[in-house]
Write a protein that binds this ligand. Structure first.
Ligand SMILES: Nc1nc2c(ncn2[C@@H]2O[C@H](COP(=O)(O)OP(=O)(O)OP(=O)(O)O)[C@@H](O)[C@H]2O)c(=O)[nH]1
Ligand SMILES: [Mg+2]
Ligand SMILES: [Zn+2]
Length: 313
């Protein structure tokens, strides 16, 4: 079809209406043409934040329809219901992810972080680990922070330790965000919306306190939203317990743990899955303390619970 239609990027997807930022800089509200289906995955939402779309104004020009969605460079999903194979796309076409990690209020576990890192590796998305709420860390928590930094810094991930109570950390973050599409993810209450409110005056995203009883966030952000910033975009997402792992087989999973990937070529068997095989270089590296036990446990958890048997090389 040689028809020329306006192009734009989806900033917000709310039920049946979508806020689209057109190439000219104007925002329009669109609905969906009935039959858009994406072929690659089973998802509950055909259009997501970050999608590039073509849209068409009506004759009168006061309502708009999304005609098609361009092929995505990547996307991040969550399981839309526990144990179901249906996925919800949280956002598409991402350059990098900021993983917000708080060691208290709320406590973020290693497996949470590792699951996001696996997805990021699989889709070629850069990851930055943002350890937030530095101001709340006592000596014990500082010890834990040092351990985690040793693990992730040792693997080669970019790690930042910050407190959003202090704006001295902002310039460094701004620099990392410039010109990129960045997805903020992390548990509810980790400070994602707080960061955006600090960076983009006038945004006024809802932020909220942490429940005293459970040390958990209140799930104040309920839908993903993309906000223009510094020549790129920042995507705020609702804090979720777990990101979905889609379509990664047991055979390929070890590639997405950067440090495990470095050892797997030395396993005795070239189809080694690093579970209990003789001569496994990965298990030896865990025993020798060269691969962190927490990372290997995350590997086993995804291997046993989600990685598929289907694909082989
Ligand atoms: N002490 C302290 N509190 C912080 C810091 N950063 C954010 N907070 C507070 O943590 C609470 C939760 O922050 P939000 O920005 O709402 O967290 P969120 O990640 O957007 O949470 P959801 O939208 O529920 O996913 C707010 O009361 C913030 O003021 C920090 O560095 N130190
Ligand atoms: Mg929020
Ligand atoms: Zn092995």
């Amino acid at each position: 079809m040689a028809e020329i239609t306006p192009k734009g990027v989806v900033l917000k997807a709310l039920g049946r209406t979508y806020t689209v930022l057109g190439e000219g800089g104007a925002k329009v509200t669109c609905t969906l043409k009935g039959n858009i289906r994406l072929k690659d995955i089973t998802t509950t939402n055909p259009v997501a934040v970050g999608d590039h779309v073509n849209y068409l104004p009506s004759e009168k020009g006061n309502d708009y329809t999304i005609l098609n969605v361009e092929k995505r460079k990547n996307y991040i999903i969550r399981n839309s219901k526990k144990l179901s194979k249906q996925f919800q796309v949280i956002a598409a076409n991402i350059d990098q992810v900021f993983i917000f990690i708080t060691l208290i209020r709320p406590k973020t576990h290693d497996t949470f972080v590792d699951r996001i890192l696996v997805t990021a590796e699989a889709y070629g998305i850069d990851a930055h680990l943002i350890f937030n709420k530095r101001d709340l860390y006592n000596a014990n928590v500082m010890d834990e922070l040092m351990e985690r930094l040793a693990v992730y810094d040792g693997i080669g991930y970019s790690c930042q330790v910050i407190s959003l109570l202090d704006d001295k950390y902002i310039p460094k973050l701004k620099n990392l965000l410039k010109g990129k599409v960045t997805l903020l993810c992390g548990m509810s209450g980790a400070g994602k919306s707080t960061l955006i409110n600090m960076l983009v005056p006038g945004t006024n995203l809802k932020t909220g306190s942490i429940s005293e009883a459970h040390e958990k966030g209140m799930h104040l952000t309920t839908f993903s939203e993309m906000i223009p910033f510094g020549g790129g975009f920042i995507i705020d997402t609702p804090g979720i317990q777990e990101f979905g792992i889609a379509d990664i087989s047991k055979y390929e999973l070890s590639q997405y743990f950067r440090e495990i990937n470095r050892y797997r070529a030395h396993c005795k068997f070239n189809n080694c899955l690093h579970i209990n095989e003789p001569g496994c270089a990965v298990i030896k590296a865990v025993e020798d303390g060269e691969i962190a036990v927490s990372r290997y446990q995350s590997y086993l958890s995804i291997f046993n619970n989600e990685a598929s048997e289907l694909k082989r090389y």
